[in-house]
Design a protein around this ligand. Sequence first.
Ligand code: PMP
Length: 358
Amino acid sequence: MSRFFSDRYASLVPYVPGEQPLDRRYLKLNTNESPFPPSPGVLAAVAEEGGRLNLYSDPDARALRAKMAERYGVTPDRVIISNGSDEVLNFAFMAFASDTCPLVFPDITYGFYPVFAELNRLPYTEIPVKDDLSIDPADYIGGGKKTVVIANPNAPTGLFLPLSEIEKIVQGNPDGVVIVDEAYVDFGGESAVPLTEKYDNLLVVGTFSKSRSMAGARLGFGIGRPDLIRDLNTIRNSTNPYNVNRMTLAAGVAALEDDAYYRDNCKKIEAARAWTTDRLTALGFTVIPSTANFLFARHGAIGGEALYLALKERGILIRHFGKARITDYNRITIGTREQMETLVAAIETILKEQGGQT
Ligand code: PMP
């Protein structure tokens, strides 16, 4: 820290993204990226738009918002576009949480939530998930005005709360915004977007990083009532009106036009997830039932960190969180069936060497 760093931020502990080592080629199953490339339409759109980089991007993202509105069955004034969904999450924390409307989210969830809360000096409470790592909706109802944040499916567990439960949380918090982070909803979940018609306090956040193979493009979005979106735009336009670059905006439009390609990829991931769940269970793992593009699993004969390190040595990256309650677990991104076969074979070898169950 320099002697100039503001004491406002001196104690900030930043979010640590999944590692991206360059020392060798790894099979990357650690950051929930898609194993599939963007669609040919997206690649063509990016190449074409590159020729217009001398011009600023559209600060209102009109073409993309119009396409989003079509795809999600809403009007464009209900959509905000962001630089990855992390950005719109930060905007939402800034816009809707406060000392009198503190943040509430599960203790086991996306690690960026407490970081955004700390960055913006917002009070927050982490509610313990149940022993089976599931969220109890009743824990989020009552207890006064608050800003609830729920990842659905949750990360890193992959557990999905049915829409009826999400609706209860939204109904139970009429004086605060409920932010539903649907980064992983396309792998078998059901989106809460239709509920935004009915409730003025629901903001749904999504991303093109996972199901649409665009993690490197940084494209996220929020959908909610027009007045919520206006508030988010007040924050966005006070931060960076050109928050999404031209190539990414064009890629987003093309991705929505190639919806079938992405839906097909999601089906492949779901099939690979089912296969991997079966194989890992047969090897003695406890696997949390996942509705996302990753699995959360533990094994009685080898610790979470030990397995993570043993796989890394073999050129396979998975994600281990050194956090109380989940240190025995690892989060494993679902890749192609072939990639998952490579992973399972490596785990079999490691367990044999351990003298564990195979
Ligand atoms: N929400 C959750 C639950 C996530 O796991 C992630 C990915 N790390 C994000 C949001 C942010 O994704 P992105 O900024 O790439 O849209």
